[in-house]
Design a protein around this ligand. Structure first.
Ligand code: DGL
Length: 262
């Protein structure tokens, strides 16, 4: 029995899409979330910068006593998780574009991947993608500009629609039958994406798989919180909390949101 919190970080508010899955599957776990919105988007930074920010975020969560850390950001995972696992003595769960489930699903053999530049140019992504390129056509697309618009609360803006049209329409002509969302901010765009791709192209994201993996690691390390009470959830953000509050407004969980200088 371990009541310490699960730590979760992202470059901003996108990792809340992962937090929602964690809270659904493990309602009695306490969580501490850090959104580094001040430094978003990570996807446009160098690998070294992404690593340094990931180290800083990890140390913040460790200083708050977290028993496990979820790197709820594809860009940070693909650039930093090996380092974090080697250098800190707690378990880390990462998130990567779900190419394997997409390959299992695809009948046309053509898979779309929408992710940040930082993810698509990482060694880890390249290795994963290479395993599949013999049998599948992988259409990679950088989602440049999307994270900043989401961070600024412009989810339903024409700017978002225009960028999505620009990025996704060409994928239809490649005959993709599934689109992998390789960034934790993008699940918030699913309604807009469906308007462009229709219902016959499956949208795949990794949130549920991350929650299941977290549960498995907590169990195998004997770290689960066996309390029967619902967990409490603290969200730290280093910009104004307005957009984060909006994105969490429908949750019934017990949350507190704090703006911090960090
Ligand atoms: N949520 C991050 C991800 O999954 C966004 C990265 C960024 O800030 O560009 O990749």
């Amino acid at each position: 029995m371990n009541k310490n919190a699960i730590g979760i970080f992202d470059s901003g508010i996108g990792g809340t899409s992962i937090w929602k899955e964690i809270q659904k599957l493990l309602p009695n776990e306490n969580t501490i979330y850090f959104g580094d919105s001040k430094n978003a988007p990570y996807g446009e930074k160098s690998s070294k910068e992404i690593l340094n920010l990931s180290i800083k975020n990890t140390e913040l969560l460790i200083s708050k006593g977290c028993k496990l850390i979820i790197v709820a950001c594809n860009t940070a995972t693909t650039n930093a998780i090996d380092y974090l696992r080697k250098n800190y003595d707690i378990p880390f769960i990462g998130i990567e574009p779900a190419i394997k489930p997409a390959a299992l699903y695809s009948k046309t053999g053509s898979i779309g991947v929408l992710a940040t530049k930082g993810t698509l140019t990482s060694k880890l992504f390249e290795q994963t993608a290479q395993e599949y390129t013999q049998n599948y056509k992988i259409i990679e697309q950088e989602g440049e500009g999307l994270v900043s618009l989401i961070e600024n609360g412009k989810l339903n803006s024409d700017e978002i629609k225009d960028l999505l049209n620009l990025y996704l329409k060409p994928m239809i002509s490649y005959n993709i039958d599934c689109l992998v969302l390789g960034c934790t901010h993008y699940p918030y765009l699913i309604p807009q994406i469906k308007e462009i791709l229709g219902n016959s192209i499956k949208i795949i994201d990794s949130g549920e798989a991350v929650a299941k993996q977290t549960n498995a690691i907590l169990e195998s390390r004997n770290l689960k919180n066996d309390s029967l009470e619902d967990g409490t959830h603290t969200f730290y953000i280093n910009t104004k909390a307005e957009v984060l509050s909006k994105i969490l407004e429908n949750t019934s969980a017990s949350i507190s949101i704090q703006e911090i200088e960090f």
